[in-house]
Design a protein around this ligand. Structure first.
Ligand SMILES: Cc1cc2nc3c(=O)[nH]c(=O)nc-3n(C[C@H](O)[C@H](O)[C@H](O)COP(=O)(O)OP(=O)(O)OC[C@H]3O[C@@H](n4cnc5c(N)ncnc54)[C@H](O)[C@@H]3O)c2cc1C
Length: 298
């Protein structure tokens, strides 16, 4: 696995939207080395026109504002990498090791600015079985599914990485895309069976009271002992569950300086909930960047 120039960054930011770039800009202007990892799909890119953000009398398209942010970061000599992060962990020396595809990055601090990802797909019965066979974290729960048949609901690199973790313990792993675009998965996956049908509902096992089956819209039933949710990219809450970061619902819990419960790990923007607006993302990104500086200087 590639180690990014063997270099340890002072600040790594996951997310290239207004929150992540603001954190990166402040940290860089404090003269620290900064890495931004992003992979498109920012809420901002979906915004046709932003007309309520300071300084744009005619408004600006979200896509242009997003591109401008990345350009601004590059001009400040921030390392900007287009890469999807699937996992990170805190090493014994307190540094962060971040995995994105076949690349590995190291940093002394980490800012999570991955935006607002809805953790749960809207599937009938799913909520009823949370903690009873429906899981959101393969690393946390794979052990419960030793020699069992499990399914991953997902459609990209994140689903694949969860399936790989599960395949070390489960006897079979199948990926269900639930009708979502699976072009990326098709390119990357050479190992797992994939079913692209839309799911109608999750049913229980009448004997155990745990998850028993997935029912597809065409009426076919697939027996399964466990269902792992990994749709789209890993979002802040997905990372949080693996890393032990405190959540409120599926939003990251921080103090007023954007510090999470893990030292050196900050979160900002839509990941923390509240007002989902560019101005709030910029404000929290600023705080997170400044807090990372204070942490590094302490
Ligand atoms: C249709 C629409 C219209 C909107 N209109 C307005 C408006 O008029 N005014 C306003 O103020 N706000 C508006 N918003 C909200 C605004 O876009 C968001 O509040 C803002 O973009 C949040 O910024 P953020 O940096 O927290 O997250 P985002 O902008 O969502 O950025 C998230 C970043 O994280 C990256 N990322 C996520 N997961 C991973 C991963 N696993 N690996 C690597 N990178 C990852 C993404 O690539 C992206 O760079 C609108 C949103 C939408 C959807």
């Amino acid at each position: 696995m590639e180690n990014f120039d063997g270099k340890t960054f002072d600040v790594a930011v996951i997310g290239g939207g207004p929150a992540g770039i603001s954190a990166a800009v402040y940290a860089r202007r404090g003269n620290f080395s900064v890495l931004v990892l992003h992979n498109g799909g920012s809420a901002l890119e979906k915004a046709h026109k932003i007309e309520n953000f300071y300084g744009f009398p005619g408004g600006i398209s979200g896509e242009e504002l997003y591109k401008n942010g990345l350009l601004q970061a590059e001009k400040l000599e921030i390392a900007v990498e287009k890469a999807e992060v699937t996992h990170f962990e805190v090493l014994s020396d307190g540094k962060f090791e971040i995995l994105a595809g076949d690349k590995k990055f190291l940093s002394k601090t980490l800012v999570l600015a991955t935006g607002n990802k809805k953790l749960k797909p809207d599937i009938k019965g799913l909520e009823d079985f949370e903690g009873k066979g429906v899981s959101f974290c393969a690393v946390c729960d794979a052990f419960f599914y030793r020699s069992k048949n499990v399914t991953v609901i997902g459609n990209g690199r994140f689903a694949l990485s969860e399936a790989e973790v599960l395949s070390r313990t489960a006897s079979s792993v199948k990926i269900l895309t639930n009708g979502q675009d699976s072009s990326e998965l098709k390119k990357l996956n050479k190992t797992f069976a994939v079913d692209e049908r839309k799911i109608l509902e999750i049913q229980g096992n009448s004997k155990t009271g745990l998850v028993g089956a997935v029912v597809f819209e065409d009426g076919e039933v697939l027996q399964t002992d466990g269902i792992f949710i990994a749709l789209g990219k890993a979002g802040a809450a997905d990372f949080a569950k693996k890393a032990g970061i405190m959540l409120e619902g599926d939003k990251i819990k921080t103090d007023e300086k954007m510090q999470t419960n893990i030292p050196g790990l900050f979160a900002c923007g839509d990941t923390t909930g509240g007002l989902l607006q560019v101005s709030k993302a910029v404000y929290e990104g600023t705080l997170a960047g400044l807090s990372a500086i204070s942490y590094l200087r302490a």
